[in-house]
Design a protein around this ligand. Structure first.
Ligand code: HEM
Length: 168
């Protein structure tokens, strides 16, 4: 295909327009914005701004979790985070969120049970992580409906990540 200057400009405008959905303040409070029928048909991946939008949120989210005092008070988590590659976790989490929200990128890493085995993650630590995710989603003006849908998907991994209370 011959790429014309116009085509390049159009592609840039589209790309920037897509990202703007997450990077600009919403004109109305997000929760009052009605989803159009066309929006509702799009995958959650597309509504989150695709890989670029998801990577932007995860880039903000991982350092929040890694410095959250509720979470780092857990010695197993703190020790694991001290050894782990933060860019690696960001990459894997981005791939996973792209995958579960209907995007073309596939997560091929360890299962959640294996990745979080021996970390002894409590209910309170889980809740602190979810609050951090909400804070990152808020920062990029992701509407409440998309936040709830994403958190609903992530909640399906809870049983593999949170330790049963009787073993804590
Ligand atoms: C508060 C809740 C959570 C805490 C404290 C936590 C903590 C951690 C830690 C410490 C690691 C590094 C493990 C290692 O390098 O061996 C890790 C890895 C990872 N976590 Fe979490 N996590 C939490 C929730 C989640 C959730 C909800 C997801 C996704 C649904 C997730 C996805 C991942 C992935 C993809 C990795 C990388 C696995 C790998 O390196 O193979 N985590 N997590």
């Amino acid at each position: 295909m011959k790429v014309t200057g116009l085509a390049v400009t159009a592609a840039l405008v589209l790309a920037v327009g897509g990202l703007a959905a997450w990077s600009q303040p919403a004109s109305k409070p997000a929760s009052t914005q009605p989803a159009t029928a066309k929006e509702a048909k799009k995958s959650l991946y597309d509504r989150l701004g695709g890989a670029d939008g998801i990577a932007t949120v995860i880039d903000d989210f991982v350092p929040r979790v890694a410095t959250n005092p509720v979470i780092t008070a857990n010695p197993q988590v703190a020790a694991s985070l001290a050894k782990a590659s933060v860019p690696g976790i960001k990459f894997k989490l981005t791939a996973q969120v792209c995958d579960v929200t209907g995007g073309p990128w596939k997560y091929a890493g360890r299962g959640m049970k294996e990745a979080h085995a021996n970390l002894n993650i409590s209910e309170a630590e889980w809740n602190a992580g979810v609050a951090d995710l909400r804070a990152s989603l808020d920062k990029f003006h992701v509407p409440t409906a998309e936040q709830d849908e994403l958190i609903g998907l992530i909640a399906t991994t809870r049983k593999d990540i949170v330790m049963p209370t009787d073993t804590k």
